[in-house]
Design a protein around this ligand. Structure first.
Ligand SMILES: NC(=O)c1ccc[n+]([C@@H]2O[C@H](COP(=O)([O-])OP(=O)(O)OC[C@H]3O[C@@H](n4cnc5c(N)ncnc54)[C@H](OP(=O)(O)O)[C@@H]3O)[C@@H](O)[C@H]2O)c1
Length: 255
């Protein structure tokens, strides 16, 4: 590391969805890069597993929280900061997808996706950027959106809306928080092999699945493909990148 660069050393970053898939890999990458990482999700044993899989479990803190309980988020972040100290970063990776044709897109079902994928991230960002919680040197917020913020798919009206809300809000948030040296970015991944995609695959025929995979010229991605970019965007040394959405999709949206 260049002697002028500080990297993540001594900085605290919270990763939601750190119990599996992309969020787990982002947490592992951040710990490897020296960050003190708060692992957030509902399944304590899976979060502890993430900590154990890391190169430095002493730099991992488990936070069990159901993010659909939006009113619990602020107090939980306040408690964490009180115990551990100020936070530098947030990666909101927790998310859910449900395939719902328009006729099945009832308010409560769409709202469940909007709440976790978007509103919970907003609540986390609101809590972390409180003046008594955010690091005095600034901060970095990263959202995991999706290619479905950019393209449509039948049955994905609610999911597309929840991810499109992220990329739109990132631009406004980046402008609003720039004066406080808080950067806000998002990543829009294509299909990445995780529990989420395994669950989706189990509801499709082999041919349907092979068709989706074939739409990615470089093939489906792995969590690490997203995690490396996530660490890059969160890194305090990349101080001039804000309001960006990085599409990482093996070429899916080029066609
Ligand atoms: N995989 C893909 O192809 C793909 C593509 C584009 C975008 N994405 C996005 O990437 C993110 C991660 O997806 P993934 O594939 O890694 O999925 P995953 O393996 O199913 O992980 C989802 C994560 O969200 C957490 N979560 C779910 N409900 C929660 C709740 N109510 N409160 C707190 N945490 C909750 C889960 O933890 P607990 O169960 O422990 O709560 C889990 O850690 C999602 O936002 C997804 O939309 C995925």
């Amino acid at each position: 590391m260049n002697s002028q660069e500080q990297g993540f050393c001594g900085l605290r970053v919270l990763v939601s969805g750190a119990s599996s898939g992309i969020g787990r890999q982002i947490a592992l990458e951040l710990i490897q890069k020296g960050a003190h990482t708060i692992l957030l999700g509902r399944r304590k044993e899976k979060l502890e597993e993430t900590a154990q899989l890391s190169c430095a479990p002493d730099r991992a803190e488990v936070c069990v929280l159901d993010l659909t309980r939006l009113e619990d988020i602020g107090p939980a972040i306040g408690d964490l900061a009180g115990r551990l100290g100020r936070l530098y970063g947030l990666c909101h990776c927790a998310g859910v997808v449900q395939t719902l044709p328009l006729a099945a897109s009832k308010p409560e079902r769409v709202r469940a996706m909007l709440d976790l994928n978007f509103m919970a991230g907003l609540e986390l960002a609101r809590a972390i950027t409180r003046r008594d919680i955010l690091s005095e040197t600034g901060g970095s917020i990263l959202w995991i959106a999706s290619i479905y913020a950019h393209v449509g798919a039948p049955g994905q009206i609610g999911y597309c809306a929840s991810k499109g809300a992220i990329t739109a809000a990132v631009r406004a948030m980046a402008l609003e928080l720039a004066s406080r040296k808080v950067r806000v970015n998002s990543i829009s991944p294509g299909m990445v092999s995780t529990d989420m995609t395994d669950a989706a695959a189990s509801r499709m025929s082999k041919e349907q699945w092979a068709h989706i995979a074939a739409l990615h010229p470089l093939g489906p991605g792995e969590p690490r493909d997203v995690a490396r970019a996530a660490a890059f965007l969160l890194d305090p040394d990349n101080r001039w990148i804000t309001g960006a959405d990085l599409i990482i999709d093996g070429g899916f949206t080029l066609q």
